[in-house]
Design a protein around this ligand. Structure first.
Ligand SMILES: NC(=O)c1ccc[n+]([C@@H]2O[C@H](COP(=O)([O-])OP(=O)(O)OC[C@H]3O[C@@H](n4cnc5c(N)ncnc54)[C@H](O)[C@@H]3O)[C@@H](O)[C@H]2O)c1
Length: 349
């Protein structure tokens, strides 16, 4: 049984991954400030994971930028498992592109300084295994689609710059001493929810991403879906993205962790996506079908910084992890709707 420290584990991707890891029998300490989440998510994770799981899950409310909070989290790991943390899965961070343009300092502070502080604490505690949440946003306007990991890193906003900087920091750490086992996982567009509808994405304020927006329109919380550009060079004129079911993504983390723990020191850099593109109009139609509710649309101006088509080449992840996505757009919409319809106000209800 391994002892894992999960930063940001109360968030959307972190909570689903925590469930998969608890189900795999690991012991988890979650460090989260609840800046964009609720502890209720983890209460439900423990419930879903079944009898005895709550005893293998400990929550520490704290900030990754705080040395003191990191000390508390590493101490909790040792107390929970009787040995230091075997690995860290690092989700904590800020992720809204528009907000990052308005508040770059906050993004550099939480995403880069927070990661730097965490890596320093790992070094001090002799923990050298790390799975990091990176992003396809690193690729900026992609030169080729599907996008391989070898594509140029050319982010076009402060969020992407901060992720690129953390990727570089991790590469520098891996080069500095031989023991590091690091996976930099570049997510495409994580959506959907656990099929139970008990946990899901609960963004604070107006959602930045398509999926939570569509589901809030379907449930009647918002009037209509704005589509940014109807004249992209795509089959129906709306932007095309690679959506990945959050449960597939969670399983991708387990697979990456297993490879790092089994194989030894390395720096893995992998796209986690489906390799399939879906347009915004297709997503809206699929969500209408899954929910039985109308999703009124309005096509507005393109947003600066958007690309026409972003789709992953997921072949490296298949080869290195033996992992590929197994859930399609209809599953994403069905499970996203199960969550949204049962929890119209998120975890607040
Ligand atoms: N969701 C996406 O579309 C997407 C895509 C690519 C990469 N990512 C990355 O994946 C990670 C997880 O994303 P998510 O969608 O689950 O986001 P989320 O906001 O739901 O989860 C992030 C979690 O980190 C916590 N957190 C934020 N600042 C913190 C701090 N200073 N100290 C401790 N905890 C803090 C939040 O409270 C939240 O629980 C992020 O690093 C994000 O950049 C997300």
């Amino acid at each position: 049984m391994t002892n894992l420290l999960i930063t940001g584990g109360a968030g959307f991707i972190g909570s689903h991954t925590a469930l998969v890891l608890l189900e795999a029998g690991h012991r988890l300490v979650v460090l989260d400030s609840y800046a964009n989440s609720s502890p209720e998510a983890l209460r439900r994770v423990a419930e879903l994971a079944g009898p005895g799981a709550a005893a293998r899950l400990q929550l520490i409310e704290g900030d990754i930028r705080s040395e003191h909070d990191l000390e508390r989290a590493f101490a909790a790991c040792s107390a929970l498992g009787g040995k230091p943390a075997d690995a860290v899965i690092h989700f904590a961070g800020l992720k809204a592109v528009g907000e990052s343009v308005a508040e770059p300092l906050r993004y550099w502070d939480v995403n880069l300084s927070g990661s730097r502080q965490l890596v320093g604490a790992m070094q001090a505690h002799g923990c050298r295994t790390l799975v990091f949440s990176s992003s396809a946003t690193l690729y900026g306007y992609p030169e080729t689609v599907p996008i391989p990991e070898t594509a140029t890193i050319a982010p076009i906003n402060p969020y992407g710059h901060s992720k690129a900087a953390v990727e570089q920091l991790l590469a520098d750490m891996a080069a500095s001493e031989p023991g590091w086992r690091i996976a930099r996982l570049r997510y495409f567009n994580p959506v959907g929810a656990h099929p139970s509808g008990r946990i899901g994405e609960d963004p604070c304020g107006i959602p930045n991403n398509l999926f939570p927006f569509v589901s809030q329109v379907a449930v009647g919380r918002r009037e209509q879906l704005q589509i940014f550009g109807g004249d992209w060079p795509t089959p129906d004129g709306s932007g095309v993205r690679d959506y990945i079911h959050v449960m597939d993504l969670a399983e991708g983390h387990r697979a990456a962790l297993d490879v790092l723990l089994a194989e030894g020191p390395q720096l893995l850099t992998l796209n986690l996506g489906s390799g399939q593109g879906h347009s915004v109009l297709e997503v809206a139609a699929a969500f209408e079908a899954a929910s039985g509710r109308p999703v009124p649309l309005k096509i507005v101006e393109r947003r600066p910084g958007d690309a026409a088509i972003t789709v992953a080449d997921p072949s490296q992840a298949a080869q290195r992890l033996g992992w590929r996505t197994s859930r399609g757009l209809a599953d994403m919409c069905r499970d996203g709707w199960a969550w949204q319809s049962a929890n119209p106000d998120g975890y607040e209800a």
